[in-house]
Design a protein around this ligand. Structure first.
Ligand SMILES: Nc1nc2c(ncn2[C@@H]2O[C@H](COP(=O)(O)OP(=O)(O)OP(=O)(O)O)[C@@H](O)[C@H]2O)c(=O)[nH]1
Ligand SMILES: [Zn+2]
Length: 200
């Protein structure tokens, strides 16, 4: 398999064989008509769900605009929908990320913050790690006065299996720089994203 963006030495044939094994292990027959193309489809789906391994999210923040005349307040991108997978069960994590930063001269094209979220989400994740990776990436590349990341997500490993608690969501946050040090800045961010009861 020669895909320069795919950072693995496993061939497509090997990956498809692994899917056939799982189908057999679940109790079905990978040779029956309805399942014949399934390993191919699953491998294709994995390319989509786990495309983050072929990306360097920091690269999205390289292009910045210096000095956006007269603007020195926080920039917030809220409700960034994402899909990820938990590293414990390989089950989907479906959620929304809210990202804010206080620019120090450099601002970034706003879509790039969503690309950073996806670049880390499309990997096997733990929500705390995902939250920290996004905050760290923005912090070290843009060097802003502060960064805030809040993620709300539901974990299918606890809604569709295990404890089976539907409707539960996990909330994580990372506050860096001014957002950590100054309660008013943090409060303003939480108000912007609509989580300001009992969090500030
Ligand atoms: N902190 C944290 N825990 C997670 C995340 N995703 C899944 N988990 C939890 O990881 C834990 C793994 O626990 P284990 O006891 O090893 O696995 P398990 O036997 O399948 O546990 P149950 O899910 O309780 O059935 C579970 O409690 C999951 O709910 C995450 O992003 N962050
Ligand atoms: Zn899980």
């Amino acid at each position: 398999m020669s895909d320069p963006k795919h950072p693995s030495d496993v061939t497509r044939e090997q990956a498809e064989e692994a899917i056939r094994t799982l189908l057999r292990w679940a109790g079905d027959d990978p040779g029956r008509e309805g399942l014949l193309d399934t390993p191919h489809r699953v491998v294709k789906a994995y390319r989509d769900w786990f495309s983050g391994y072929g990306e360097d999210p920091a690269a999205y923040l390289e292009r910045t605009f210096e000095e956006v005349e007269g603007y020195d307040e926080m920039v917030v991108l809220r409700d960034i929908a994402f899909e990820s997978h938990c590293e414990h069960h390989m089950a989907p994590i479906i959620g929304r990320a809210h990202v804010g930063y206080l620019p120090d001269r450099r601002v970034v094209g706003i879509s790039k913050l969503a690309r950073v979220v996806d670049g880390y989400a499309r990997r096997f994740q733990v929500q705390e790690k995902l939250t920290a990776q996004i905050a760290h990436c923005i912090e070290v590349t843009l060097m802003p006065r502060g960064v805030a990341v809040v993620i709300e997500a539901s974990h299918e490993c606890m809604t569709t299996r295990g404890v089976h608690k539907r409707g539960v969501s996990m909330v994580t946050s990372q506050m860096r720089g001014t957002f950590r040090e100054d309660a008013r800045t943090r409060g303003e961010f939480l108000r912007f994203i609509g989580i300001d009861r009992g969090h500030a």
